[in-house]
Design a protein around this ligand. Structure first.
Ligand code: MG
Length: 218
């Protein structure tokens, strides 16, 4: 569970699942030497990977290469099952930033062998969120700047308008497969510029209108 500022108070984010889109920005798909999929491709991160403000990212010993991916995250506000795209926004509480931390070497091995991504995406601390939840009523998400710096150096920069599959269509597709519960999180994919993290790094990730998520790497 993570407490994030929301409206005049806090919201306790207790996701039953964290859903993350793969390859939803063209330039990132290219840098992964991959094509943009016709249908959304997604995977799950365990709720145990979630961390909130003040908690560091911890690099696991099992991996030699851990990458950052900054993503716009949708927080679901009410149970959604089989929701059409036109109605999808009724089921959204708001938005935050999620870092889809990825053990890239383990992911590459899984891709080679045709194995699932659960290992490479699922370590503890691999889903930092924050710094707050922006109310959906106060934030249009069609064209927001999204970026990430490591130790003050720009690594990722894009706009949410570059997303291939948009939030209403993502909710329609996911909710046709699995019921979304309040507090569930959907991470909508990362723009280009993903890169490695090392011990002592300081991350600043931002999305226009939401704020800046600061993280240290241990
Ligand atoms: Mg990602």
């Amino acid at each position: 569970m993570v407490r994030l500022p929301f409206r005049d108070s806090y919201y306790e984010v207790r996701p039953s699942k964290i859903i993350a889109l793969a390859k939803n920005y063209v330039e990132h798909a290219k840098e992964m030497e991959s094509d943009v999929p016709e249908r959304p491709v997604f995977f799950l991160k365990p709720p145990s990977s979630l961390i909130g403000p003040g908690e560091p990212i911890i690099l696991p010993r099992m991996s030699k290469r851990v990458d950052h991916e900054v993503e716009l995250a949708v927080i679901i506000g009410k149970r959604a099952k089989g929701v059409p795209a036109e109605k999808a926004m009724d089921y959204v509480l708001g938005y935050t930033i999620l870092l889809d931390i990825t053990a890239r070497d383990l992911q590459a091995e899984a891709r080679r062998k045709g194995l699932p991504w659960a290992l490479s995406k699922g370590f503890d601390t691999f889903a930092p969120v924050g710094p707050r939840i922006a109310d959906k009523r106060g934030l249009g998400i069609d064209d927001l700047e999204i970026g990430l710096k490591v130790n003050g150096h720009l690594r990722q920069l894009g706009r949410t308008s570059e997303m291939v599959i948009k939030v209403p269509e993502i909710i329609e597709y996911i909710s046709s497969i699995m019921t979304l519960e309040p507090g569930d999180i959907i991470a909508t994919g990362t723009p280009a510029g993903v890169g490695p993290l090392k011990h002592g790094d300081k991350i600043e990730a931002w999305i226009e209108g939401i704020g800046v998520l600061k993280k240290e790497v241990y």
